[in-house]
Ligand binder design. Structure first.
Ligand SMILES: [Zn+2]
Length: 233
């Protein structure tokens, strides 16, 4: 089923620099092109995102923050916040949930996008990153408290998020048509030069192939897939 909501305010919460562009860059670009304010939160610094042991983690984190900023301009994001967790050290604990509750109440999103924490095994050669799973659960565990005023009362007025779209899911049931923003998504992912392995054309091909596959499932040319949750206010 096509998810055609265009939120006035959207909030995307992802673990690492480049996760949101790959997972839902076309959706975020579509919403912002249609006039929505799209806010992004990145939980981790990305300082361990290299297989080269001579990498300076602080320098990598700085360049990845620059890449996030450039990609954010391409996508037309309204804001980007970095929570500054070291890679691999996200825990779904009360401190993280309190930070997320404060952000949800401040941004008051009509739509919230985050990783699906129930996705563990993708085929037989990839186990979903722990940071994605911990953050996904933290986001889901924030929704009821954010809407309940006696939780973290100092974090602003309660807000019920009506729509949650979970990316990186094994149980997709909603697709966003990204035909008009696929090239924007590819351009945003291409901003993450530290992650592209020197072959941006291959990355673009993979992204286009994946979007076409999901489009075929949804009955459009190109799409991004989500698991959808809806909550009554
Ligand atoms: Zn990631």
């Amino acid at each position: 089923m096509i998810e055609a909501t265009t939120p006035e305010r959207a909030l995307a919460v992802f673990a690492h620099p480049d996760d949101p562009e790959v997972a839902c860059g076309g959706t975020l670009a579509r919403w912002s092109a249609l006039g929505g304010d799209v806010h992004l939160v990145i939980a981790c610094r990305g300082e361990k995102g290299s297989f080269d042991p001579s990498t300076d983690p602080d320098a990598l984190a700085a360049s990845r923050a620059d890449e996030v900023a450039r990609a954010g301009e391409v996508l037309g994001l309204a804001s980007i916040e970095h929570l500054g967790y070291p890679d691999g050290e996200i825990d779904n604990d009360a401190a993280l949930r309190a930070r997320l509750i404060e952000i949800v109440r401040r941004r008051q999103p009509d739509a919230l996008v985050a990783p699906d924490p129930t996705a563990v095994f993708f085929g037989d050669s990839y186990v979903n990153h722990r940071d994605h799973r911990q953050l996904g659960w933290a986001v889901l565990d924030t929704i009821v408290p954010a809407a309940s005023p006696l939780y973290v009362p100092e974090a602003g007025p309660a807000h019920q998020v009506p729509l949650v779209l979970l990316s990186g899911t094994l149980e997709a049931d909603a697709w966003v048509d990204i035909d008009s923003t696929l090239t924007t998504k590819v351009a945003a992912v291409a901003c993450h030069e530290s992650r592209l392995g020197g072959d941006p054309e291959l990355v673009a091909e993979l992204l286009e192939h994946r979007a076409a596959e999901e489009g075929a499932r949804a009955g459009v040319d190109h799409a991004e897939a989500f698991r959808r949750l809806r909550f009554a206010g």
